[in-house]
Design a binder for this molecule. Structure first.
Ligand code: MUC
Ligand code: MG
Length: 376
């Protein structure tokens, strides 16, 4: 069955609390949703998200939509979604970069192809290794006391025992104090990591990482700006605590260079950054081949996008740092009828057809920006 239409919507969905990163505080998350319909009327759905417009990376929701509509959709119309690899190979020749745009259309084709065969999407990706995966939570309320309360509550509920702290905003020395207080409060029951989102220079990073390492932090994510590859290599060489590449680890080519020159020693996977689920598997293979540890990352997608991440992460052999596909728990609402399930510190891999999520069209209409007229 051929692809009849590709519709792209931008939605803004509020979060349960402000989520403070070094460069932006999220109160409503902007997601880009793709609906790909075949001639029989069957639909494939997928989602990508950016953080704070262009503050995490180059992609913005508006550019993703514009570039799909103008430059990618023509390659999809009239094609068989089962040929998603071939179609994306052709798209890669015609459209440079634009990984988020490529990811959302590739994933919607995979959802559609899997639904048309009535199988879970992970079966098209090699089959699942995991039924569930460890799930981290990000403490990022902007307040140490509130973060400690939140961590204690989540430990008690058996929801998370890996906490990533978002630091890098404001005084770096206060950042360190904040982390050490949280480790003192919950460090005996939980693993604590930090994500600096590029906020430090190398001098500050040297001071802070030493203190964090001594204090028991178990991983430091993207401490330096993306351009400072050599600085990342020096930090990796100097410290025992793992240094994770996130914003700098996008294409397979980036990741190959990172592993070759050891600009870090572990990688945050995110299908949005890599340009889709198949590219994510390639990145994971490069990391595995070079002995880098993996983290199943998130761009803070809602249930739909997180289910797509779950589908591909289920097929990847090992996540030394667990996953963080907690997005559905941070959103106040969702655009799917069902939700991801979280149990005993883990996220359960959905087993339904496609990504296992049923779309709630009224909710899509409710949160969509100005395109809801075409949502039927
Ligand atoms: C990032 O930089 O890793 C992932 C979790 C979270 O809280 O923010 C994102 C982005
Ligand atoms: Mg990060």
């Amino acid at each position: 069955m051929k692809i009849r239409s590709v519709d792209i919507y931008i939605l803004d969905i509020p979060t349960v609390r402000p989520h403070q990163l070094s460069m932006h505080t999220i109160t409503a998350q902007s997601i880009v949703v793709a609906r790909i319909t075949n001639e029989g009327g069957l639909e494939g759905w997928a989602e990508v998200a950016t953080i704070g417009g262009a503050s995490y990376g180059e992609g913005t929701p508006e550019a993703i939509k514009a570039n799909i509509d103008q430059y990618i959709t023509p390659h999809l119309l009239g094609r068989n979604p089962n040929d998603f690899s071939k179609i994306m190979f052709e798209v890669s020749k015609a459209v440079r970069g634009n990984h988020f745009a490529k990811a959302v259309v590739e994933e919607a084709m995979i959802d559609l192809a899997a639904k048309s065969k009535n199988i879970p999407a992970y079966e098209l990706l090699g089959g699942k290794i995991h039924d569930s995966l460890p799930l981290a939570w990000t403490l990022a309320s902007g307040d140490t006391g509130r973060d400690i309360e939140e961590a204690k509550e989540l430990l008690q509920q058996k929801r998370h025992k890996i906490f990533k702290l978002k630091i890098g905003k404001g005084d770096p020395y206060k950042n360190v104090e904040h982390v050490l207080k949280i480790i003192a409060a919950v460090g005996d029951q939980a693993r604590v990591t930090v994500d600096v989102n590029q906020a430090w220079d190398e001098t500050i990073a040297n001071y802070c990482i030493e203190a964090l390492q001594d204090g028991g932090v178990s991983m430091v994510e993207q401490p330096l700006p993306t351009w400072n590859y050599e600085g990342m290599a020096r930090l990796t060489e100097r410290f025992k605590v793992p240094i994770m590449a996130d914003e700098s680890a996008n294409s397979v080519h980036d990741v190959f260079q990172i592993t070759k020159h050891r600009y870090g020693n572990c990688i945050a996977l995110k299908p949005c950054k890599h340009g889709g689920l198949m590219e994510t598997k390639k990145v994971a293979a490069i990391a595995e081949g070079s002995g880098f540890g993996l983290y199943g990352g998130t761009m803070i997608e809602s249930s739909l996008g997180s289910a797509a991440c779950a589908a591909v992460y289920a097929t990847i052999s090992e996540f030394e740092f667990g996953t963080e596909i907690f997005g559905p728990l941070l959103f106040k609402d969702r655009i799917t009828v069902n939700d991801l399930q979280f149990e005993n510190f883990e996220v359960i891999i959905p087993d339904g057809p496609g990504f296992g999520m049923e779309i709630d069209l009224d909710k899509v209409r409710h949160y969509a920006r100005d395109y809801s007229y075409s949502l039927s």
